[in-house]
Design a protein around this ligand. Structure first.
Ligand code: CP
Ligand code: NVA
Length: 329
């Protein structure tokens, strides 16, 4: 049986909480199961007001405690709505007002929050801090984005791609721009969902070589190039993200190195007309993507944002024990 997050030990003789920390910690079957569950739940609540509970809302009384040490619109609100639709509640702990910011340790914070909430959602800088929280929490910890990865986003994106284009296995996806947390989770997804991933980044901005090497060792087809046209040539979807991730302001002196990686009409003209454009958002219009592409017929960005809600409900159901543990890899 695999650990479902590298670096977090299974408790001796105890039942470890169902953390959701990175996609590569799970099997492809498990992740496809989450996507299928998200699709089923999305269909089941068609026509209901956004704040109404799901027809089957199994999390009565459950509380999600959310810590955001970086800004968030989609992740914060979609998790709050996800808990509400599942019959539970979420509380935004205002990360900057916690004693964590005055030196209380992550371990002690994890222990205390585990006494109050049924799960903890953490958006932070250092991935090691997320793992530390998971190591000491008695309840599930969910990765809401670190400098290393963004698994909830990419699980939702698998739902969006498959809704629009059918199964992704074996069909190339292109990522163009900065090699970052979103890229790393895409690499994890390529490994588990079985699709070739073509990544075009400027010199010095490629994704973490360790993440790429681990994926290749598991048989994933990860192509790295500095040529965006080469990356998108046979892609069914073109994905980009901000050139400057939160917390990395100052890492790149001259943003002009990214200019050839802007996803604009010229780049999309090199792609099949059926291909879709993806962006996790927030977008910096005029930088990594042109208005015409963002607002054009190939753009699936609003579906991506909506699907965060549905995918995260599948994640929460598993973390909080509604979905049987048996589906764990
Ligand atoms: N895509 C995403 O995670 O958006 P937020 O930063 O608004 O949560
Ligand atoms: N790579 C971006 C993603 C934001 C959702 C960042 O970390 O800022």
């Amino acid at each position: 049986m695999r650990e479902h997050c590298s670096g977090v030990p299974r408790e001796e003789g105890g039942v470890r909480p169902r953390h959701f920390l990175d996609l590569d910690a799970f099997s492809g079957d498990f992740l496809r199961g989450l996507v299928a569950e998200a699709r089923r739940m999305k269909a089941a609540r068609q026509g209901l007001p956004k704040g109404a509970p799901d027809p089957d809302a199994p999390l009565d009384g459950h509380m999600l405690l959310m810590i955001f040490q970086k800004a968030s619109t989609r992740t914060r609100i979609s998790f709050e709505m996800a808990m509400r639709q599942l019959g539970g509640a979420a509380s935004d702990l205002a990360g900057d007002r916690l004693q964590l910011g005055r030196g209380e340790t992550i371990a002690d914070t994890a222990r205390v929050l585990s006494a109050y909430g049924d799960a903890i959602l953490l958006r932070t800088y250092r991935h090691a801090d997320l793992l530390e929280m998971a190591r000491h929490a008695g309840v599930p910890v969910i990765n809401a984005l670190t400098d290393h990865s963004h698994p909830c986003q990419i699980l939702a994106d698998m739902l969006t791609i498959e809704e629009r284009l059918g199964p992704i296995a074996g069909r190339p996806l292109a990522y163009v721009g900065d090699g970052n947390n979103v890229t790393h989770s895409l690499i994890h997804a390529a490994t588990r969902f079985g699709f070739p991933l073509r990544i075009a980044t400027p010199e010095g901005r490629a994704p973490d070589p360790g993440v790429v090497a681990a994926a290749r060792e598991e048989g994933a087809e990860i192509q790295l190039t500095q040529n965006p046209r080469e990356a998108v040539a046979d892609a069914i979807a073109v994905y980009t993200d901000t050139w400057v991730s939160m917390g990395q302001e100052g890492d790149v002196d001259d943003l002009s190195v990214f200019a050839p990686y802007r996803v604009d009409e010229a780049l999309m003209a090199a792609v099949d007309r059926q291909a879709i454009f993806l962006h996790c958002l927030p977008a910096h219009r005029g930088q990594e993507v042109s208005d015409a592409v963002m607002d054009g017929p190939q753009s699936a960005v609003w579906a991506q944002a909506e699907n965060r809600l549905h995918a995260q409900k599948a994640i929460l159901r598993w973390c909080l024990g509604v979905t049987p543990r048996a589906v764990v890899p």
